[in-house]
Design a binder for this molecule. Structure first.
Ligand code: AMP
Length: 275
């Protein structure tokens, strides 16, 4: 895959490629991203993988400065894919002047991760809209790993009648269950060993719900207690309907979502539950 760095190059390429699937990423690619690229290739003639660490979605005390930037390594991972490009703009390319207009997402953006990362989804929605306008893809692929992000972007596409079809990719995990994430590299060896606990707890909740347990608050409470006991600092564990509304006893399409800190690393994960 060739790398395009400027907005002008991207526009030129787009003028000649009208059947494109976009895979937006922040780089430091892993097998989860590559799975999205493979999925994208099944849906369009060309794939555009954007690699951009988006300053709009980071809070003042978050890891924007330290977020891993590994463009050479990323390009090597995508080297075998001929039918597409990498779009890796610099900040000044996408923001020649500071962004004045923003996408204001609905109240869901203040729940779950949004409660702990104010403005995060506003930043995500704004950059994704910007990329959509620039790349004008037919489809765009996002991972279920970021379940709330996917939901908010689906709603955005619907509300603004954006002519892009969203495709969701399943979460790719390490053999021990830990969801792959660029932030996993912040974990030291002991933390990496402890990290699958989050997935195991979500799996346990899933099993219990499938077996008929309906006291969602109790399940969330038990999970909090277990994670705390093992030294995690929890942002939330939440059972929801798959559209992220509050579940009832009759809900059949659920998802359990969690975010928690292990040392200095914030991990998120979720599992869909069908009963
Ligand atoms: P990021 O680079 O973290 O912004 O992620 C870019 C895209 O990759 C998003 O749509 C994520 O949901 C998706 N993604 C991240 N981790 C995984 C994973 N382990 N499996 C599948 N997709 C993922």
């Amino acid at each position: 895959m060739n790398i395009l760095h400027s907005v002008a190059q991207m526009r030129d390429w787009r003028a000649q490629n009208d059947n494109t699937a976009l895979v937006p990423t922040m780089g430091n690619l892993h097998a989860g991203h590559i799975a999205l690229v493979e999925l994208a290739r099944q849906h369009a003639r060309q794939v555009a993988v954007s690699i951009f660490v988006n300053p709009l979605q980071f809070g003042a005390n978050e890891d924007f400065a330290q977020y891993p930037r590994t463009l050479e390594q990323d390009a090597a991972l995508l080297a075998d894919i001929d039918d597409g490009i990498i779009f890796a703009p610099g900040i000044a390319d996408l923001f020649p002047i500071p962004q004045r207009y923003h996408i204001e997402p609905p109240p869901l953006a203040n729940e779950l991760c949004g409660r702990f990362r104010p403005g995060h989804f506003r930043g995500v929605a704004t950059i994704v809209m910007k990329l959509f306008n620039l790349v004008q893809p037919t489809i765009a692929v996002f991972g279920k790993k970021d379940y709330q992000q996917l939901t908010i972007l689906r709603d955005m596409v619907q509300d603004f009648t954006v002519p892009v079809t969203l495709v969701a990719g399943e979460t790719i995990r390490a053999a021990d269950g830990l969801a792959l994430s660029s932030r996993n590299r912040y974990l030291d060896a002991a933390e990496r060993q402890a990290a699958p606990l989050l997935y195991n707890i979500l799996m346990d909740i899933k099993t219990r719900v499938v077996n008929g347990e309906r006291n969602y608050a109790q399940l969330e409470q038990n999970a909090l207690a277990k994670l705390t006991e093992h030294g995690w600092r929890i942002d939330y564990v939440s059972l929801r309907n798959q559209d992220l509304t509050a579940p009832t006893e009759d809900s059949t399409q659920l998802v359990v979502l969690a975010a928690a800190h292990l040392g200095r690393t914030r991990l998120i994960d979720n599992l869909e539950i069908s009963v």
